[in-house]
Each structure stands twice: as C-alpha cells, then as structure tokens.
Design a binder for this molecule. Sequence first.
Ligand code: GDP
Ligand code: MG
Length: 163
Amino acid sequence: MLPLVAIVGRPNVGKSTLFNRLVGKKLALVDDTPGVTRDRRSGDAKLGDLRFTIMDTAGLEDADPESLAGRMRSQTEAALAECDAILFVIDARVGMTPLDGHFADIVRRSKPPVILVANKAEGKVGMAGAYESFELGLGDPVPISAEHGEGMADLYSALREVF
Ligand code: GDP
Ligand code: MG
C-alpha cells in the first residue's frame, strides 16, 4: 500500500490545483468559487521518485454559515484519521485568516506529521503570507506555486523526511 497524504486547508488556497499537479491529470475540479470541490478525491501521486496516494478534501459549497465550520471539521478530521502525512495549505498572497487558524488547530492535534505549504508563492507578492504563517506553529512553510509548478523540489524534500 502506498502512503496516504491528505491535502487540507480552508477553501480557495489551491488544494485542488496542488492535487492536480501531483496527480498530473485534471481530476479535481478547480474553480474560482471557494469550496467548489464536491467530494474527497484521491489519486496516485508522483513527485520525483516518491509514489503516494494523495487525497483532496473539500465539499463546502452550499453550506450555510451556521454549519460551515462543523462540516469542514468533520471532513478534515475524517481525512486526517486515515493518512500518513498532511499537507496543510495556506494562501501566501492572502496571508493568515481566522479560518486558517481554525484548520491549524485541527491539524496540530492530529497524529500524522504536518507539512505547512504556502501556495501561490510565485513572484514577490507571494512571500508575505509565507512569513506570516510561521505564527501557526507548524514549522517552516514550504513556499510553492501549485499553478506554476514551483517549489516542487522543496515539497519533495519535506515529504521525503516524513515517509
Ligand atoms: P481549493 O478550494 O483549495 O481547492 O482551491 P483551488 O485549487 O480550487 O484554487 C482556487 C483558486 O486559486 C483558483 O482560481 C486557482 O487557479 C488559484 N490558484 C491555485 N494555485 C495557485 C498558485 O499557485 N498561484 C496562483 N496565483 N493562484 C493559484
Ligand atoms: Mg478544491
């Protein structure tokens, strides 16, 4: 069995884009609308010589604000219970939001090792949020651009350490 890696984070940080990048196919739905991924999806991922199963998480569309936090929590916790490593994704352009903090609290309590990934870090504007994310207490952020395929060597090194 391949190791299982879960991608978690608030809507719109680029989880599905990263999933697609690692799987190499347009399997997950990517959209400008936050939370457009309808299900948890998994696929066979390849990064250098690493092979693993990657799981995309979401399913928050149509959620009424009252139940949003609860649904995110149950989705995320279900994914985390099964996996060997967690890619916790934040948006390096937007920086930290209360929702990122909410997710960070969940992954911090989880057993599998957590890799903090600062996505959308291409170009200079991308770095501010990456620095800010140190405050989450989840270690050094790995800056990447899922869309442009940047930072994949650093992501490889980070995953290599936890496998
Ligand atoms: P999800 O809700 O976390 O699954 O996020 P998506 O993968 O659906 O992406 C949300 C938006 O961010 C889309 O408009 C993507 O094109 C965009 N996006 C994803 N990755 C990057 C990136 O590396 N750089 C930039 N600038 N935008 C990105
Ligand atoms: Mg998605």
